[in-house]
Ligand binder design. Structure first.
Ligand code: CP
Ligand code: NVA
Length: 300
């Protein structure tokens, strides 16, 4: 059987996606109750990080340990990857020794190449193009708070980046409507938008985009690797801060999410992120449970 990778949410069928969310909530209950769930004994995950991380690293490392396996952190600074060893060779070597490889990198093509040459599952821990693991946690959080998302509406305010692209794929897989509010020049990829069909609507006015929404979500204005664009982006996104006024446009029981790390008073006001509709801490915790479900799905 061909090796299953998780480079994109589209690597799961909608049924598999839903099953994975159910298992994530189950694993969360077991974890909270202190029930052992060592389903991956003896399994090893290699984690290659070419960008910084708090949540992704800690959730994968703690998750593997809780499942009875082991995770190792590999940084380009002290592996041969950083000295130019080809990705194909790295993939072949790592996959002869470990059971899965998680990668956080820049170009999406790099993780695709690694997957092509890997005989074990490769997991996308964020590329410039997509952040699918984050969406497993976001969808788990939404479902835990409000039930199934089919037919509901989410609004993504901000940059048409890796998070926005992953929301588009999630809308397509789980069949919810997605309003996207971004300034001109910062639109998401139109091929992804078109593939998700009529569920997606692009707005220039973020308040309008929030009307009738069940979930409002945003992300940083300058992603990792775009630090030098910070000032230009601050100007471009000045009207796109998620504020209480914006949240008022959404439905009364609308939730707020942010993948974190957040910049208070930039993409979101302190009032909103630290306010009663914000579920960002549940969302962050669910990275652990959702990825444990993913690891089981790929490895058990
Ligand atoms: N949300 C997220 O991926 O966080 P980290 O960059 O800390 O891993
Ligand atoms: N869009 C952000 C997400 C961080 C988790 C970035 O790529 O830096």
């Amino acid at each position: 059987m061909a090796t299953r990778h998780f480079l994109s949410l589209l690597d799961l069928s909608p049924d598999e996606f839903r099953q994975l969310l159910a298992r994530a909530s189950e694993l969360k209950k077991m974890q909270h109750a202190g029930e052992p769930h060592a389903t991956l004994q003896g399994k090893v995950l290699a984690m290659v990080f070419e960008k910084s991380s708090t949540r992704t690293r800690v959730s994968f490392e703690a998750g593997m340990f809780q499942l009875g396996g082991h995770a190792m952190f590999l940084s380009p600074r002290d592996t041969q990857l950083g000295r130019g060893e080809p990705i194909e060779d790295t993939a072949r070597v790592l996959s002869s020794m470990v059971d899965a490889i998680m990668v956080r990198t820049f170009e999406h093509e790099k993780i695709e190449k690694l997957a092509e040459y890997s005989s074990v599952p490769v997991i996308n821990g964020l590329t410039d193009w997509l952040h699918p693991c984050q969406l497993l946690a976001d969808m788990q959080t939404w479902q835990e708070h409000r039930g199934d998302m089919q037919g509901k509406t989410a609004t993504y305010v901000g940059d048409g980046n890796n998070m926005c692209h992953s929301y588009i794929n999630a809308a397509r897989q789980l069949d919810f409507k997605l309003n996207i509010a971004c300034p001109p020049g910062y639109d998401p990829d139109m091929k992804l938008v078109e593939a998700a069909g009529e569920r997606i609507n692009i707005f220039r006015n973020p308040k309008e985009a929030c009307q009738g929404s069940d979930l409002v979500v945003t992300d940083v204005w300058a992603s990792m690797g775009q630090e030098e664009e910070q000032k230009i982006r601050e100007r471009a996104f000045a009207d796109f801060q998620v504020t209480e006024e914006m949240m008022q446009q959404a439905n009364d029981d609308a939730l707020f999410m942010h993948c974190l790390p957040a910049h208070r008073e930039e993409e979101v006001s302190t009032e909103v992120i630290d306010g009663p509709r914000s579920v960002v801490w549940d969302e962050a915790e669910n990275r652990l449970h959702a990825q444990k479900a993913l690891l089981e799905f790929l490895l058990a």
